[in-house]
Design a protein around this ligand. Structure first.
Ligand SMILES: [Zn+2]
Length: 473
C-alpha cells in the first residue's frame, strides 16, 4: 500500500510503526462557526482513509483535536482569538461558543456518516501538558520569554525549519505578509504562549504569567499524549501545511526528540463554482444549508469521486447528478435487499475482479475516483442481475455492496430506497403525501394540481416505482 507523503513529495510504501496497527492524528475543527463544505470534504477524505485501514484489518487509533482556544484570526500571532470574536458577536461566552459549534460539528459529521474519532480532545483540556511542552522547548534553548509574558519559538535556531513545506526562512518572509509583534526577535518566530489582558475569559496561569497557548502547540502535545512520540500518520488540510504543520513539526522534533509522524497527508480544498469559498466572497455554504438541497449521502457520493489530493468544486450541476446517481443506487440496493439478506463468499470471476480493482485503487494512495468507478460497475451489474434473480449471485453482490459501498465508501442505504433531503417544511411534506395518495388512487387531476402547488412553493417531486422524493428546486 502506497501513500503520498508530503515530507518527500512522493508515494511511499506504508509500513506501520507497530504491525497491524495504525495511529493517525488529524487536525480537528476550530469551533467558532457552522460546519461547512470544507469540513465535509476534509473529514470525509480522512474518514475514507480510516475506513479502508479498518477494512484491511488494521486496529486504528484515530485522534482528532477540537481547537477551542488559541487560533487567531488570520492564522498568525496577532489579532483576536476566533472563538472570542464569535462570542462577542453572539453575546455568549467563548466556552459556550466552542461547545455549541463542537456539537454542531459532530451532528453534521454524523449525517455524513463520518465515523467519530477514537479520541476527540479539546485543547482547553490539556493546558498543563502544553505548558510542560513549552517549558521543555525553552529549556532546550529553542524558545525565549519576552518581558510582555509571551513565549516564542526561535525559528533560526532550528535548522530543519521548512522541512515539510519546503520553504526557506527567506521565502517565508517574502511570500507572506507577516504582522510582526514588537517583542519577537525575528519576524518568523511563532508564539508558543501568549499573554492576555485581564478581561480575557480563556486564560490560565503559567510560569510566564496569565495567558493562553499558541495554536500550533496543541497538536504537538495532543498527538504525543495519545499516540506517543512516534506514530504513523498526521493528516490535515493543505491550507494548514504552513504555518501550522511546519511549526508543529519543529516543536515536536524538540519535545519528542524526533519528527513523530512517518507520513504527513494533506487533503485539498473546496471551491464553489470554480471560486475559492469565503465568507467575504458571499459563496460560503454551511452544511445545514447544503443538506436542504442535497442529501448528506449524495454529498459523500460526490466527494468520493475526487481524489483527496484534488480540489472539489461544488456546483449544482455536479451535486444534482450525484443526488440522482446516489438515489438510483439506493433504490437498486433496496430492491436487492428485499430479495436477499445474506452474504456470500466472492467467487464469480467478474466480482473478484471488481473487488481486486477496488483494492488496488485504494492501495494506490486512496484513489477513490477509481474505486468509485469499480463500485459504479458493481451497481450496473446489480441492475442486470435483478432481472435474473440468481440468489447466490445476488448474495455475492450484496456482500460487495456491504464491504466496498458501506464499510469503505461510507454510504448508508435506506430500506425505503430514498435518501431524504432535510428540512422539507411540514406543509410541503403534507402536500406531497396527499399527491402520492391521489396518484395511488389514480386521481390524476388532483395529483397534477398538487404537483403544481408544490412546485409553486419551490419544491419538486421525483417519483420512483414505489416511492417519491421531495427536492428543493
Ligand atoms: Zn493541528
Amino acid at each position: 500500500m502506497k501513500i503520498y507523503n508530503t515530507f518527500t513529495r512522493k508515494k511511499e510504501e506504508f509500513v506501520p510503526v507497530t504491525a497491524g496497527q495504525v495511529g493517525i492524528y488529524v487536525c480537528g475543527p476550530t469551533v467558532y462557526g457552522m460546519p461547512h463544505l470544507g469540513h465535509a470534504k476534509s473529514y470525509i477524505n480522512f474518514d475514507t482513509v480510516i475506513r479502508y485501514f479498518k477494512y484491511l484489518g488494521y486496529k486504528v487509533k484515530y485522534v482528532q483535536n477540537i481547537t477551542d482556544v488559541g487560533h487567531l484570526v488570520g492564522d498568525g500571532d496577532d489579532g483576536e482569538d476566533k472563538i472570542s470574536k464569535q462570542a462577542k458577536k453572539e453575546k455568549l461566552d467563548p466556552y459556550e461558543i466552542a461547545y455549541k459549534y463542537e456539537v454542531l460539528y459532530f451532528e453534521n459529521m454524523d449525517k455524513l456518516n463520518v465515523l467519530r474519532p477514537s479520541i476527540s480532545c479539546r485543547a482547553t483540556g490539556f493546558i498543563i501538558d502544553m505548558i510542560e511542552a513549552v517549558k521543555q522547548i525553552i529549556d532546550k534553548g529553542y524558545a525565549y520569554v519576552t518581558d510582555k509574558g509571551n513565549v516564542y519559538f526561535d525559528v533560526r535556531k532550528y535548522k530543519a525549519y521548512g522541512q515539510l513545506s519546503n520553504r526557506t526562512i527567506d521565502k517565508t518572509l517574502s511570500g507572506e505578509r507577516i504582522e510582526v509583534a514588537d517583542d519577537k526577535r525575528n519576524p518568523e518566530d511563532f508564539a508558543l504562549w501568549k499573554s492576555v489582558d485581564e478581561n480575557t475569559l480563556m486564560q490560565w496561569p503559567s510560569p510566564w504569567g496569565q495567558g493562553c497557548p499558541g495554536w500550533h502547540i496543541e497538536c504537538t502535545v495532543l498527538s504525543k499524549k495519545f499516540l506517543g512520540k512516534h506514530f504513523d500518520i498526521h493528516g490535515g488540510g493543505i491550507d494548514n501545511l504552513f504555518p501550522h504543520h511546519e511549526c508543529e513539526c519543529a516543536q515536536a522534533d524538540i519535545v519528542n526528540g524526533c519528527i513523530p509522524m512517518n507520513f504527513f497527508m494533506h487533503n485539498n480544498l473546496v471551491t464553489v463554482n470554480g471560486v475559492k469559498m469565503g465568507k467575504s466572497l458571499g459563496n460560503f455554504i454551511t452544511l445545514p444549508d447544503l443538506f436542504k438541497k442535497y442529501s448528506p449521502m449524495a454529498v459523500r457520493y460526490y466527494i468520493n469521486q475526487f481524489h483527496y489530493r484534488s480540489p472539489v468544486d461544488f456546483n449544482d450541476e455536479g451535486l444534482k447528478l450525484a443526488q440522482k446517481q446516489f438515489d438510483k443506487t439506493n433504490e437498486l440496493v433496496a430492491k436487492l435487499r428485499a430479495i436477499v439478506d445474506k452474504q456470500s463468499n466472492i467467487v464469480d470471476e467478474d466480482l473478484v475482479a471488481i473487488k481486486n480493482n477496488f483494492e488496488s485503487a485504494m492501495n494506490d494512495d486512496f484513489n477513490t475516483p477509481v474505486a468509485m468507478a469499480e463500485f459504479i460497475k458493481l451497481i450496473k451489474l446489480l441492475q442486470n442481475e435483478l432481472k435474473n434473480q440468481n440468489t447466490n449471485r445476488l448474495e455475492q453482490i450484496n456482500t460487495l455492496i456491504t464491504k466496498l459501498g458501506e464499510e469503505v465508501l461510507g454510504y448508508v442505504f435506506t430500506q425505503s430506497g430514498t435518501s431524504p433531503v432535510e428540512d422539507i417544511p411540514g406543509d410541503i411534506k403534507d402536500l406531497a403525501q396527499k399527491r402520492w395518495n391521489a396518484k395511488l388512487a389514480k386521481d390524476w387531476a388532483v395529483a397534477d394540481e398538487l404537483r403544481k402547488e408544490i412546485e409553486a412553493k419551490g419544491y419538486e417531486i421525483k417519483d420512483s416505482k414505489d416511492n417519491y422524493q421531495i427536492i428543493k428546486k
